[in-house]
Design a protein around this ligand. Structure first.
Ligand code: CO
Length: 470
């Protein structure tokens, strides 16, 4: 790929250090104050975009860091004036864990645009894009970028099988294009995309669709740097990376070796290596503050287990926590197997928030109490179609068993899930009473009623309204 004919197709870089980087390495605990010292230099690097918000940041900021989640983009905008801000949005789940009504989704997107988000990477855990219709409409109406993401998933070690084929992802990418997407992203949250599959997939999508194509992968299995290189060869337009200290492990590939590796080729990034090399020093200097969140229980920085069972790292820590509580940590190997079966039973969905938590929790119940003897309400909702359409249908007999006597219904719905939800904003305002001082407070409360109540009480120094306490 050495550039001898002076052809140029520079690879663009999205920097994810301030969101997915510390979400992956430090359980999303990085404070805004620790971003500020390098914010201006980051802005001067020439990144295509910087991901600074969304995903788990909204949750951890108010729950653990005592920071107002709406403030981070506003503060960073003062230092980062040129580089567009990106966020990760879970479609109709926004930055929470359930489906919210359309009035909430619309108001949230409008507010996110107002506080400085320019690029919205939207995904749905089931790749059911009806769950992205409301946010897409508001993103476009605000003149911002709607980036549609495909959740990458497999039922085997490589692409193929009954669901996740090249054709499946090309078809899904075309759906996003039809919805008005400004760009497409392949989102490999589990870090399970193999290099040659990336080559085939990027080639196939680029052939059919003219939109810019992003690749987001995690280093978890150890393949991601190789995967990026093959995707770059196949013509991917943008890849997501982090500065070295916040890269690798379950995070993204590091930017520094990619910039170096592409120098002198037609995909040269145009990013000055010397500029980014010094930025990592700052992250090293703050590391002692955060290292309690770094997973150090294993010598290996990759999880070779994921190559076999494909259970993403975040999900494993959830499972381990749940089992510890139930005093059943010794059942973990059985649970790995059961996760695979439960996922298959539930129509082989991608394992990503919130579906990964639902499948994981049910697998634990199945192992401890017998298969589908105890069923969580979230799994019932999934079987009822309230999260959307699963990639494969769920067996009719099993659906009947799961939904027996369920108060929300026994007959699965087939329409758009949010059509079954009542508006939420006015009701929340009533419940909140004096605690609601702004639209931001109301939206945050709807997303996180319990923890946000505590946060707002502290912020305003007020007592909890009686109804909310009840
Ligand atoms: Co990610």
């Amino acid at each position: 790929m050495r550039n001898t004919e002076n052809k140029k197709n520079p690879l663009k870089i999205q920097d994810n250090t301030f969101r997915d980087g510390h979400q992956s390495i430090y359980a999303t605990r990085m404070r805004t104050e620790d971003m500020i010292p390098i914010a201006e230099e980051m802005d001067n690097c020439g990144f295509h975009a910087m991901e600074v918000w969304g995903g788990a940041t909204f949750d951890t900021m108010h729950r653990f860091l005592d920071e107002d989640p709406w403030m981070r983009p506003k503060i960073l905008k003062k230092y980062i004036k040129k580089t567009p801000f990106a966020m990760l949005l879970r479609g109709q789940n926004l930055v929470g864990y359930r489906h919210y009504a359309d009035d909430v989704v619309r108001a949230f997107v409008d507010k996110a645009c107002e506080i400085g988000i320019d690029v919205f990477r939207c995904f749905d855990a089931l790749n059911d894009f009806r769950n992205m219709e409301s946010c897409a409409e508001r993103i476009k109406a605000n003149g911002k970028q709607f980036q549609g993401a495909l959740c990458y998933s497999l039922t085997d070690v490589r692409l193929g099988g009954e669901v996740y084929t090249v054709e499946y992802f090309v078809r899904k990418a075309k759906e996003l294009e039809k919805m008005g997407a400004d760009a497409i992203c392949i989102k490999d949250m589990g870090g399970i995309m193999a290099p040659f599959d990336a080559y085939d997939l990027v080639t196939a999508i680029k052939k059919e669709i003219k939109l810019p194509l992003h690749l987001h992968s995690h280093y978890t299995s150890g393949m991601a740097s190789m995967t990026y290189l093959k995707a770059i060869e196949a013509g991917v337009d943008v890849v997501d990376t982090c500065l070295a200290p916040f890269a690798l492990r379950t995070s993204m590939p590091a930017i520094e070796p990619i910039v170096a590796a592409l120098q002198g080729t037609e995909r040269e990034t145009g990013i000055d290596l010397n500029k980014i090399l010094v930025l990592g020093d700052h992250l090293e200097s703050i590391a002692p503050k955060y290292n309690t969140h770094l997973a150090t229980h294993k010598l290996s920085i990759i999880d070779n287990g994921v190559l076999a069972h494909q259970i993403p790292g975040g999900m494993i820590s959830n499972l381990t926590g749940q089992l510890k509580e139930m005093n059943a940590l010794d059942r973990l190997p059985e649970i790995y197997k059961e996760v695979v079966q439960t996922r298959k039973d539930m129509g082989s969905p991608p394992l990503v928030t919130p579906v990964s938590q639902i499948i994981g929790a049910q697998a634990v119940l199945n192992v401890l109490f017998g298969r589908y003897v105890r069923v969580s309400n979230q799994l019932k909702d999934l079987a009822l179609g309230l999260y959307g359409k699963t990639p494969m249908p769920i067996d009719a007999e099993l659906t009947k068993k799961i939904l027996k006597n369920y108060k929300r219904g026994q007959e699965p719905i087939t329409g758009r899930p949010a059509d079954h939800l009542e508006p939420e904003i006015e009701a929340a305002k009533k419940t909140m009473g004096d605690l609601a001082r702004s639209d931001e407070d109301v939206l945050a409360y709807i997303l996180y009623p319990v923890t946000m109540t505590k946060f707002l009480q502290k912020k305003y120094g007020v007592e909890l309204p009686k109804e909310a306490e009840a």
